[in-house]
Design a protein around this ligand. Sequence first.
Ligand SMILES: Cc1cc2nc3c(=O)[nH]c(=O)nc-3n(C[C@H](O)[C@H](O)[C@H](O)COP(=O)(O)O)c2cc1C
Length: 364
Amino acid sequence: MSTSAPAPATTSLAWTVDESPLSIGPRVMPSRDFLAPLAGYTHLAFRRVIRGLGGLGLATTDLVQATLLLARRPRSLELIETDPHDIPLSVQIFGGKVGELAKAARLLESKGYQGIDLNMGCPMAHINGQGGGAKLMCDTDGACGLVEQVVNAVSVPVTVKMRLGWDSTRLNAPVLAREFERLGVAAVTIHGRTRAQGFHGSVSIDGIRAVVEAVDRIPIIGNGDVRTPQQALEMRQQTGCQAVAIGRGALLDPWIFQRIERAIRGENFDSPPSNEDQIAFLRQHFHLMYEQHADFSCLMFRKFAAWYGARLGVPEDLEDRLRRFESVEEFETIVDQIAARHGERETTVPTALIKVPNGPIEHW
Ligand SMILES: Cc1cc2nc3c(=O)[nH]c(=O)nc-3n(C[C@H](O)[C@H](O)[C@H](O)COP(=O)(O)O)c2cc1C
């Protein structure tokens, strides 16, 4: 009979990843686990409530269109709202016009923002149609010219978030990352899919590693499909990337950053947050949203009702009320009832609640 090695403990693992402080330009990150931008979700209230749980390094705003930012459109100004607790933060801008991107970066620097992230990864047709997002990757010289102008326009660090390439025949992320480094970009986040893949298929570890190997000094931040502390640390080990950015995984489990920290320390990271902690998270999330958006936050919160319903096992009638409440008082009454009726409905991991576009990518 062969004796196999004992299975590793799932609750505490020894990882050999570099946890020395990581700098992006002059900024030292509190951890190497970053929040990837998720338009519509990763606004100020969500960033703050997640930061409060611990373990989060850099966060980035939802993508903001340079043209609209320069026009001071209220919606764009709202997207870049921040506060002294919301650091370190980068503002992500997108667009296809070099001059506007450089101007928008200057505007942000003049307002005190300490990092600019350029979006070169968005696959959506209306963004690619304006020459922005992943479309920029199709023209290496154009992308480099754009990056150079933005880097030269500001003294704060400029980073780039991109995909592996437009499709599997044009995997130019390593070439671009190398050029960007030469041009003064402070770090690159690489989502390990092509634009043609959209959100389908799985992330290519080899693709991310190729970007890591292409640069000399700047940090590469691996991104895509990280849902657990194990996966975050595996991505670091398998690709050599210096940090990971977690998007959907942070919505599924806002405690993921804190859990990664515990995993690195060799502590138990499996135990789920208590019901009380989750309810406190729910209350704080809404109250922070209310600070920023007042009564409009009742409407904004609807997006999260199903998520909290599954996560907290909220009875159906209360979940429905979370979708329709109109005041802070009503919210508090609902949450008191959620707390009192804990256990009536089974809790589940709300995997299917984050919508990504479907169908042929040309129509996105
Ligand atoms: C709903 C949604 C919104 C997104 N918004 C942005 C965005 O504003 N800027 C950006 O660079 N990427 C955006 N992304 C891509 C994510 O940042 C990330 O690269 C991708 O989801 C893969 O990482 P994940 O598996 O950890 O979510 C978005 C993704 C989703 C699903």
